[in-house]
Design a binder for this molecule. Structure first.
Ligand SMILES: NC(=O)c1ccc[n+]([C@@H]2O[C@H](COP(=O)([O-])OP(=O)(O)OC[C@H]3O[C@@H](n4cnc5c(N)ncnc54)[C@H](OP(=O)(O)O)[C@@H]3O)[C@@H](O)[C@H]2O)c1
Length: 326
């Protein structure tokens, strides 16, 4: 019989709900355990979601010998610390985005993965979806002509008072929370890293941004512009402009089972329909392929490092009000 990977949820974070269904849908995974900072919260969460084991601390979860994979859904400032602890405890880790807040954190995480021989991947779920793969294929096939410009946005109205997203010391800010998506998307489409970046931000009392407007310049005359924010209505899109056509992706980061993207050539719009599987199943199956079949994870740590580098450079540019070269 094929091996089943036992997963443990590190915390009772809201995002766990997105993972629970795919962890049950995959034939290669079993949701075995959840940990919380208090036993009452772990037990009530385990009861609510029918999870067999509840742990009263994150440390206890990592000590559970039956757990193979940890899903790290902690606030951003705890990603590095607990991912490293999990790797050292012999667990594979799927870590939520943004995987790290500094390059030092990222390098320490990569070292822990190397030393432990365990898999570590960042949970950018959109990267595994059929729509994303189709967009990349279209651009690479030359369907748009030569790539010129990518525009994107990801905003929503953040109402969760006291949430880590508002706190700079917890890795808060819109660029870390949602700006990381258009940045990641553009780098994937270009297939290269930016050479210069610039950005403006509006900051709140804690020092983190509640809106960010940024741009990145790549080699060969390719440019990218995006905005992210916590105080606008829910918006997300990617537009990819080539010399011969434009591709509009109205729902780039959270595509569903049925999706449409639009190829505009000389004002004639072709609708391309794409069927996809459940959004978060892709990252679960990718993790299984990496652990069970020795396949490299689709999102490499080199890729994650480059995304972190771009975000840090954009923040530096906004703070210094000067462009930053990479
Ligand atoms: N990929 C996606 O679609 C997606 C969507 C949303 C969020 N995310 C990412 O997932 C992560 C979690 O986001 P979320 O909104 O789900 O988090 P959340 O609901 O705010 O929960 C975070 C959990 O972390 C634990 N925690 C440990 N120390 C904490 C502290 N000092 N303050 C607050 N909580 C603490 C708590 O669990 P216990 O009380 O059980 O210990 C808490 O429930 C973030 O990295 C975020 O960027 C990804």
């Amino acid at each position: 019989m094929d091996k089943i990977l036992n997963w443990g949820l590190l915390s009772t974070a809201k995002i766990n709900r997105a993972l629970i269904k795919p962890l049950r849908a995959s034939k290669r995974t079993r949701l075995l355990a959840v940990a919380s900072r208090s036993i009452s919260s772990a037990e009530s969460y385990a009861r609510e979601w029918h999870i067999p084991r509840a742990h009263s601390s994150y440390k206890d979860l990592l000590a559970n010998p039956d757990v193979d994979v940890i899903y790290n859904s902690l606030p951003n400032h705890l990603h590095a610390e607990w991912t490293i602890k999990a790797l050292h405890a012999g667990k594979h880790v799927l870590c939520e985005k943004p995987i790290a807040l500094t390059l030092e954190e990222l390098d320490a995480m990569a070292l822990a993965a190397k030393e432990s021989g365990k898999i570590l991947a960042e949970a950018f779920m959109y990267r595994h979806h059929a729509q994303t793969l189709k967009v990349k294929e279209l651009v690479d096939s030359g369907a748009l002509g030569k790539l010129q410009l990518i525009k994107g946005a990801f905003t929503f109205t953040l109402t969760r008072e006291g949430n880590f997203r508002w706190m700079e010391e917890m890795g808060g800010g819109s660029i870390w929370d949602v700006g990381c998506y258009p940045i990641s998307y553009a780098r994937m489409i270009v297939g290269a890293e930016p050479v210069d970046v610039f950005g403006w931000q509006s900051t709140i009392a804690s020092g983190s941004d509640d809106s960010f407007i940024g741009q990145m310049r790549f080699q060969d005359g390719i440019h990218m512009q995006f905005d992210s924010g916590f105080k606008s209505p829910s918006r997300s899109f990617i537009e990819i402009v080539g010399t011969e056509a434009t591709l509009n992706i109205p729902n780039p980061f959270k595509p569903g089972l049925k999706n449409k993207i639009y190829l505009n050539r000389n004002d004639e719009i072709q609708t391309i329909k794409i069927n996809g599987s459940e959004l978060y199943l892709g990252e679960v199956e990718d993790m299984c392929d990496a652990v069970l079949n020795n396949q490299p994870p689709r999102i490499s740590l080199t890729d994650s490092r480059a995304n972190t580098t771009a975000i840090l450079a954009l923040l530096q540019a906004a703070e210094s009000e000067k462009p930053v070269s990479l």
